[in-house]
Structure formats: structure tokens, C-alpha cells
Design a protein around this ligand. Structure first.
Ligand code: GTP
Ligand code: SPV
Ligand code: MN
Length: 586
């Protein structure tokens, strides 16, 4: 009898009509055939084999360089279940509209069937997905980003317990591009894009949008969070998970080289983008990284900012939309030093500085996680790592201080729910516009965000030792428009304070919005930062926060009666505290 997987492959083939079907086993020999196919297609080339062995540059279509949130849909039967922050199509309408685009989409092409595990092969928290795609680039990427091939097929066996994702690059016309999710069926369809989160369906589509729905039903959490371990002088490692919106510093925080290594503080990487968490027997929330690789932002990554990444990406790495030097090495803005002569830009054209950036601002590297010098010895622990802190953060030129600690779990959920950040090149649209992005999940929550907030409150009641909740902002700017904080490896100073707060001895000062480090709370040895800059970094300006109150009130109003009362209570509490602050000043 045919297995559920075989049935679905046959059904997909009937719809998309490929010339041939290849079941991927994930072997090295198969990978070489896939790469040969990419090179043959003309959109990819081999990099310098001496300095970048087994590395390739892929150029995506210039109209297909980032996630497209306006073309991403949650197709729940009831529109209310998608909520006011998601695009919605009714499931039948989506099936006929997107089905028409998938009909015959693989004619003349090969259909690859890609079974994969999200999470360590031996972990009970892990899950199987299967992506069907006509893009060899997607196959090669999935092989780095997940445990792909035979290992996943073996775990699945003849079970129906997998998340199917059907993907075709279609004709790459944005007018015929849709990324649709059917949460009830746990099904994903994507057509018309070959880039990142639109096309590698294990990542945002499964591990966040579909998994967030499963997590609420089953009592766990699927979050847009990095996972790191902070080692302190005695050798003890404390784990933290941090949610920052796309292109706001997760990979860089998770993979930093600590500026306090001489004091015995070191950062270990467990994950850089997504966290699946379940309550463990010890009463802590335990996190696994469902991914096996990093799909990281290239621009801004250099020897000074992130030596760990630079050390990892010199082999077995796929680069996308970076520039190319005459030595056939990858290049991007911020990599190090002045641009060498004769650069070819991300579109494949000769470049000079009058032509804008040489690498696309959302250019990325895809690298196996195990290649990072900072990879944690626990990164594949089947039981996950116990999380002691949640850190929310965003890109805010103003308002949000460098770091603050929430008063308690409820307040912490409010802090996450009211997060805001300036938009980046990780999604198409304007860059630098401040928007509310609760828990960094705005583009990734597969259901009504009001229900998602409720789920957070429910989890808080069930976790015997819930993480303490913090908020950070590496991106506050001074009057001169420059960043006030050096960031990157120096961020360990903030992690150290967070650790001390967890341990109950960090020096803090209470403000209207939470606790900030006391005057001597942060370890600043070896950092040249003036007392004035420091006080600007930590300032909580009541007028700014009045503006926040107004804006979050409007944001919350979108959810109507479905919004948990707890959030309105926290909003009232903040209003009261600010009221005291403002009147105390006058
Ligand atoms: P996604 O992969 O899109 O989810 O992004 P991410 O959250 O992992 O962000 P990433 O670490 O890749 O950083 C995005 C951009 O912000 C890069 O250009 C970084 O160089 C820059 N960046 C990261 N951390 C810092 C920091 O501490 N300070 C400053 N100024 N820039 C940073
Ligand atoms: C993000 O945008 O948050 C990413 C990149 O991590 S992508 O995989 O394209 O979604
Ligand atoms: Mn991300």
C-alpha cells in the first residue's frame, strides 16, 4: 500500500506535471549533482576553490531578494482565526487561485522530494517536514539548513506525521507569487519565489507559522528567537533566548566573540533564528534549535564585528546576492576595509561606488551551524537547553533604553507584545519605518495574535520556573545620528548584567518601565564610553513613553474583545506610573 508521503508526492506531481521526480537522500554525491544543476542553470557560480572550498554564489532574480509579507497568507477557514495582523484567504479560494499557478508549473523541470527533520535527529521535540520543490538551490539550501534526506525518511517511515510543503519557483513574477499556509491541514504552498523564507519552507513557513499553531494547541512555544549560552567564570553556562525582528541582530548576538573573554565570559551558540520550547521535567522551559544551519545577513558582517561567522563561512557555504571580487571571493559592505578593484555587484554587473551597494542589503550566507567556532556542545542535546531569560529587542533610534528588566512575567509579556522596531531589508517595502512587531512574530504568527498573547499568559501559569524577561536596544542614536552603543561583542556586557539579575545580585535602578542597570551596574572595563553617553543610553524619557502608550493603545484596539485583559491592565499600570513621573517633574 502507498504511504501518505507517496500519495502526496503523486498528487503533487499530478498537479505540477514535472518531467521527472527525484527523491533526495541527502548524500554528498547527490549534493554534487544538485550543485552541477545550479551551475548549469546559469544563476550560480563556483567561488575561489583555494580560499573558499566548496562555496558557491547564487544570484536570485532582482525582483526576488527578500520575504514578501504582502504576498504571504494564513488560510484558516474563519478569517478571525488569522487575526488583524495577517493577510487572509479562505482555504478554498487559495487552493483554486494558487492551485491554478501550480498547475503544470514543473513542466520541463525536475521535481525534488526533500524530506527533512526540524531539530536534532534524536530529539522528541523535533518534527519531520517534506518539501517538494523544482529549485536545486532550495534543495542545496535545505541540506545545510535542516537534517535532510535519508535520516528524515527513516524517522518518518510510513507515518502521516509530517508537514507537507509544495514549492515551485513558477515564473518568478511577483504578480504570480503567493506563500499560503493552511494551518488546519498543516499544509504549505509557495509559488513564484526562490528566495529565503519564501522558498525554504522548513524555516518561517513550518518552524514558525505552522509550528506556532501546533504549539498553542499542544502547550509549547515556537518563537523567532536565537538561543545562546553565556559561560561565566566558574564555567557555568546560563541559557537565554532572544527575539529581535528580522535583520535586528539575532545571528550576531548568538555568535558573538565576547569582549569580556579575559574576565571569563564567553558566548556559546545554540541557535540563531528559531526556538522550539517545551516545559522540561525540571520545571524549566527547554529549547531546541530546529535548524541545522544559519541563513545570515552578510552586509555588516566582518572580522571586527563577527570573527566567528567569518571563520565559519570560508567553506561549504552558499552565498546569495553578495558581490564578487576579481579573486572570485565573496564581498559585501562592512566585510573589512576598502572595496578591492574590479568588483562585480550582486546582479552580476561591473560595480563602482556610484551604483549603490555592491551586495544586496539582504544578501546572505547559508552555512552549516557546526562550522561555527562558537557552536555549543549542547546544540544538539535532545532534551534542549533550560532557558533562564527571554530577551526582546528591536531597532529603535529613540525611546527604548539599552536594556531594562520587566517587573514580572505578566509585565514581560506586555513588554514583548508592545515591541516595536524600524523595518529592514529582510522584507520588501520601506526600510526604517517604525512598526509594532510583537515578540518579533508579526510576520510569523500563524494565527490570531490576540490568541498568541493569551498563549503566552497561559504558558506563564504552567512553567514552574519561567524565564525572566528583558528588553534591549543596541540601536539607540545620539543627537549626531550615530549609534550610542558599540554593539556586537560589546553586547556581552549587557548579557552579563542580565545574568547577574537572574542570579539575584545585579545592581539595578527602578524606573517607570522596569529596572535598568544602576550607575555602576554594567561592567564597562576597557570600553571608552562617557558618563553622558551612558546616561543617554539608559534614559527613560516619560514624554517618549507617553507616545508609546498612545501608539500601543491603537495597536491593541485592532484586536477588539479578543485581546487578553491582562494586556490592558498592564497598559493601565504603565499609564499610572508615567502619570506620576510627569507630575513629579512639573
Ligand atoms: P534575520 O536573519 O533577518 O532574522 O536577522 P538577525 O536578527 O539574525 O540579524 P543579524 O544578526 O544578521 O544582523 C542584521 C544586521 O544588523 C547586520 O547588518 C548586522 O551587522 C547588524 N547588527 C547586528 N548586531 C548589531 C549591533 O549590536 N549593533 C549594530 N550597530 N548593528 C548590529
Ligand atoms: C528573517 O527575515 O527573519 C530571516 C530571513 O530569517 S528569511 O529566511 O528570508 O525569512
Ligand atoms: Mn529571522
Amino acid at each position: 500500500m502507498a504511504t501518505p508521503l507517496e500519495n502526496w508526492v503523486e498528487e503533487s506531481a499530478r498537479l505540477t506535471k514535472p518531467d521527472r521526480i527525484v527523491f533526495c537522500d541527502g548524500s554528498e554525491a547527490e549534493n554534487q549533482r544538485i550543485i552541477a544543476e545550479m551551475l548549469h542553470n546559469g544563476d550560480s557560480l563556483t567561488l575561489n576553490e583555494r580560499t573558499y572550498p566548496n562555496c558557491y554564489l547564487h544570484r536570485s532574480s532582482p525582483n526576488d531578494v527578500a520575504r514578501t509579507e504582502h504576498l504571504t497568507f494564513i488560510c484558516s477557514p474563519d478569517k478571525e482565526d488569522a487575526g488583524p495582523t495577517n493577510n487572509w484567504m479562505d482555504p478554498e479560494g487559495a487552493k483554486s487561485k494558487v492551485g491554478a499557478l501550480l498547475d503544470g508549473a514543473m513542466r520541463g523541470r525536475t521535481m525534488y522530494v526533500v524530506p527533512y527533520i526540524m531539530g536534532p535527529a534524536s530529539s522528541p521535540i523535533s518534527q519531520v517536514g517534506v518539501e517538494i520543490t523544482d529549485s536545486p538551490y532550495v534543495v542545496a539550501s535545505m541540506r545545510i539548513m535542516s537534517r535532510m534526506g535519508k535520516i528524515a525518511k527513516d524517522r518518518l517511515g510510513s507515518s502521516s506525521d509530517f508537514v507537507p510543503g509544495l514549492h515551485s519557483i513558477g515564473d518568478l513574477d511577483p504578480l504570480r507569487r503567493y506563500i499560503v499556509h493552511f494551518p488546519q491541514e498543516r499544509l504549505i504552498w509557495s509559488v513564484g519565489s526562490g528566495y529565503g523564507g519564501n522558498a525554504l519552507l522548513g524555516k518561517k513557513c513550518f518552524a514558525l507559522r505552522i509550528a506556532s499553531v501546533m504549539a498553542r494547541e499542544q502547550g509549547w512555544m515556537a518563537e523567532h528567537m536565537l538561543i545562546l549560552g553565556l559561560e561565566s567564570p566558574g564555567g557555568k553556562v546560563t541559557y537565554m533566548a532572544a527575539a529581535f525582528p528580522s535583520s535586528c541582530g539575532k545571528t550576531n548576538l548568538a555568535m558573538m566573540v565576547s569582549a569580556l573573554e579575559n574576565l571569563g565570559y564567553r558566548v556559546w551558540t545554540v541557535g540563531d533564528d528559531i526556538s522550539w520550547m517545551k516545559i522540561g521535567e525540571d520545571g524549566y522551559l527547554h529549547a531546541i534549535n530546529p535548524e541545522a544551519g544559519f541563513f545570515g545577513v552578510a552586509p555588516g558582517t566582518g572580522v571586527k564585528t563577527n570573527p566567528n561567522v567569518m571563520g565559519a563561512i570560508t567553506r561549504n557555504t552558499l552565498f546569495t546576492n553578495v558581490a564578487l571580487t576579481a579573486e572570485r571571493e565573496p564581498w559585501w559592505e562592512g566585510i573589512d576595509g576598502a572595496p578591492p578593484p574590479h568588483i562585480i555587484n550582486w546582479k552580476g554587473e561591473p560595480w563602482d561606488s556610484s551604483k549603490g551597494p555592491a551586495a544586496h542589503p539582504n544578501a546572505r550566507y547559508t552555512v552549516p551551524a557546526k562550522q561555527s567556532p562558537s557552536i555549543s556542545p549542547k546544540w544538539e542535546a535532545p532534551e534542549g537547553v533550560p532557558i533562564s531569560a527571554f530577551i526582546f529587542g528591536g531597532r529603535r533610534s529613540r525611546v527604548a533604553p539599552l536594556v531594562y528588566e520587566s517587573f514580572n512575567w505578566k509585565h514581560g509579556v506586555f513588554v514583548g507584545a508592545t515591541m516595536a522596531s524600524e523595518t529592514t531589508a529582510a522584507t520588501t517595502g520601506d526600510v526604517g519605518v517604525t512598526r509594532r512587531d510583537p515578540m518579533a512574530m508579526l510576520p510569523f504568527c500563524g494565527y490570531n495574535m490576540a490568541d498568541y498573547f493569551r498563549h503566552w499568559f497561559e504558558m506563564g501559569k504552567r512553567i514552574p520556573h519561567p524565564p525572566k524577561v528583558f528588553h534591549v536596544n543596541w540601536f539607540r542614536r545620539g543627537a549626531d545620528g550615530k549609534f550610542l552603543w558599540p554593539g556586537y561583542g560589546e553586547n556581552v556586557r549587557v548579557l552579563k548584567w542580565i545574568l547577574e539579575r537572574i542570579e539575584g545580585h545585579g545592581a539595578a535602578q527602578e524606573t517607570r518601565i522596569g529596572y535598568v542597570p544602576a550607575r555602576n551596574g554594567l561592567t564597562l572595563d576597557g570600553l571608552h564610553i562617557s558618563p553622558e553617553t551612558l546616561s543617554n543610553l539608559l534614559a527613560v524619557n516619560p514624554e517618549d513613553w507617553q507616545g508609546e502608550l498612545e501608539d500601543t493603545k491603537q495597536f491593541f484596539a485592532k484586536f477588539g474583545d479578543r485581546l487578553p485583559q491582562e494586556l490592558l491592565e498592564e497598559h493601565r499600570r504603565l499609564a499610572q506610573r508615567l502619570e506620576t513621573a510627569v507630575s513629579a517633574k512639573t
